[in-house]
Design a protein around this ligand. Structure first.
Ligand code: HEM
Length: 580
């Protein structure tokens, strides 16, 4: 939604460049001066009426942009000899084809910037297929062609700038402001506007004051959640380890879909954290009609598939009712209803026991934390927040756990070193920090796995101020896509970059790396809130599996798919061989 609003603004912002190219060729000095004046501090005011002053950024009288990023005073900058030359937004290199189409963008305004991202994804996937390249490689080819800052002139929405240099990523984060804005999933947003009567999104997708309110409400309960449920999380992991034992075939492989079993494990764990209830999807063979929990799981799976389809295609669902869109509505409705039921039960339990929450009391569940206290949320908002949490939390953890097992099975020497560390470990379930302290090599494995395959491979920001990246002046309001995975796979940032080498994260080696070269959980005030939960879950399960089994993998390389949350692109046929 925000993107759709900003797109309108950005369209006008580009006109001086699109139509006045020749004029600028003769006015180079003026252009550089103007671009420099727009550096990080400059934000347009209502008084700026000269067309030249508005080059490369939003028109000054735009109310919407002002609403999202409140206006600050313009500080004129004087160009001294020491100032490096700043190039305009139009000089940013990128594929030309889309530029010609940009003249028709105003006629297609309701489709939006996300479509350009969709086209980008489809293009990269086709390129990968035609050139028989690894999916992770095709994005880096773009940077090889155009340099570390690539501009996509969108024919139908706002332009996109793609970056992969750790210095630039760091600079974007330092300029993100107090209430950072990321691009959201348009499909989920449309669903909420049309089918949920403009309900707020969950923490991942809201902005501004609502984001601040939700984040403040959730930050502590999510931190405490791990401590509250450490035993339960360990039990779920034990369940998974036992299920693998029961499901193995004669080759010691799990013949059914191992990814799906990991998904159920993640669902049971996050279910425990969110609802404070023991879900038992791992023990349940799916008979959908029989219980709410199975339906919740089934709806989550189907809603995820539908969102992936809607987000990665050509966004036709914005114009027509496509099967993917119908499926999204059906399963998001189902998720909403089922989660709503849990929230209502929690509400009733609260009113029955007349629970209260003063400032120092730790709530006994995440739902209760949201329903109690001074800034308590209404039931509908709580249901939305939980839906987003399930969609992000369950899928990201499933992705990382799958790749962690794959990497351990593939790199036998690493697995042996890990076994030396955890083989005889007795896990003290009173304190997760002590478990982490006793397992530095395992923590390095988790980190290295997330470097190689971050479940969310690109992060986005829409900045409140102009930013200069690699000498190019990028106007505020531009969608900046940070290809963090590409940064993490670059030889210039990590030697032997595509190899799984946990040792690189052990002291003193860790100092060698740029702190923004691998940021799987993001950074800053909008950083992932589930990092501790994710690391704890992966620690508990890996310890149990490595203590009991030797992992092996004998098939072709597994790559992450290019979807909004990465998945393995082929079956996880890992062998779980009993340790004697
Ligand atoms: C391996 C697992 C996970 C990874 C790699 C991961 C990664 C991320 C990333 C990259 C972001 C965006 C950060 C940014 O824009 O700078 C994010 C946001 C978020 N994550 Fe995670 N995540 C994981 C698991 C979880 C779990 C288990 C939960 C909760 C149960 C969770 C809840 C959230 C929330 C609520 C946000 C939005 C925060 C905000 O906008 O303020 N994540 N995550």
């Amino acid at each position: 939604m925000i993107l759709n609003r900003l797109r309108h603004v950005r369209t006008h912002a580009n006109y001086p460049f699109v139509y006045n190219q020749s004029r600028f060729h003769t006015l180079d000095a003026t252009r550089y001066q103007i671009a420099t004046q727009q550096q990080e501090t400059s934000v347009p005011t209502k008084e700026e009426s000269s067309p030249l002053k508005n080059v490369g950024r939003a028109p000054s009288n735009n109310r919407l942009l002002g609403e999202i990023f409140p206006t600050t005073r313009v500080m004129p900058m004087v160009l001294s000899r020491k100032d490096s030359i700043v190039l305009s937004f139009d000089d940013v290199p990128g594929p030309k084809t889309l530029k010609y189409l940009s003249n028709v963008r105003q006629y297609l305004s309701q489709i939006g910037t996300q479509l350009t991202a969709g086209i980008l994804t489809v293009g990269l996937n086709i390129g990968t297929f035609i050139n028989n390249k690894k999916p992770t490689k095709s994005l880096s080819l773009l940077f090889d062609e155009y340099g570390p800052v690539v501009r996509f002139v969108s024919p139908v929405g706002g332009d996109i700038v793609l970056i992969n240099h750790p210095d630039h990523i760091q600079k974007v984060y330092t300029m993100e402001g107090d209430a950072p804005v990321r691009s959201t999933l348009d499909s989920l947003e449309k669903y909420r506007v049309e089918h949920r009567h403009h309900a707020y999104g969950g923490l991942y997708s809201v902005h501004g004051q609502e984001w601040t309110r939700q984040r403040e409400k959730l930050v502590n309960p999510l931190h405490c959640a791990v401590g509250l449920h450490l035993h339960g999380l360990n039990d779920v992991s034990e369940n998974f380890t036992q299920k693998v034992y029961n499901m193995r075939n004669h080759q010691d492989e799990v013949p059914k879909d191992l990814y799906k079993e990991i998904h159920k494990w993640a669902f049971d764990c996050i279910g425990l954290i969110v609802f404070s209830k023991r879900f038992t999807m791992l023990d349940t063979e799916l008979v959908y009609s029989q219980c709410d929990m199975s339906w919740l799981y089934h709806s989550l799976e189907k809603a995820t598939d539908a969102i992936i389809k809607c987000e990665s295609g050509l966004h036709m669902w914005k114009l027509f009712t496509t099967p993917a869109w119908l499926s999204l509505v059906k399963y998001c409705d189902s998720l909403d209803n089922l989660i709503g039921k849990h929230v209502m039960e929690a509400e009733q339990a609260i009113s029955f026991s007349a629970k209260t929450l003063d400032g120092n009391t730790t709530p006994d569940s995440l739902i209760n934390a949201m329903l109690l206290g001074d800034e308590k949320m209404n039931a509908e908002d709580v249901a939305t927040v939980i839906m987003d949490m399930l969609l992000i939390g369950v899928n990201t953890i499933t992705s990382s756990m799958s790749f962690l097992l794959y990497h351990l099975a593939k790199y036998q020497r690493t697995q042996k070193l890990l076994y030396d560390e955890v083989g005889k470990l007795i896990v003290d379930l009173k304190d997760i920090n002590s478990i982490k302290e006793k397992t530095p090599y395992l923590q390095a494995c988790i980190k290295e796995n997330l470097r190689l395959v971050p479940p969310i491979p690109v992060l986005t920001r829409i900045l409140p101020k102009n930013i200069i990246l690699d000498r190019y002046n990028i106007p505020r309001g531009t969608l900046i896509i940070m290809s963090t995975q590409d940064a993490a796979l670059k030889e210039s940032n990590f030697e032997d970059a595509t190899t799984f080498k946990p040792e690189r994260w052990l002291k003193p080696n860790t100092k060698e790396y740029h702190s923004f070269a691998s940021i799987p959980f993001g950074h800053g005030s909008r950083k992932c809130l589930g990092q501790n939960i994710a690391e704890t879950m992966m620690t508990l399960l890996t310890v149990q599996l490595v203590q009991k089994y030797m992992l092996e993998y004998h098939y072709g390389d597994i790559e992450p798919t290019r979807t909004f949350i990465a998945k393995p692109n082929r079956a996880l046929k890992i062998r779980f061989i009993d340790r004697t």
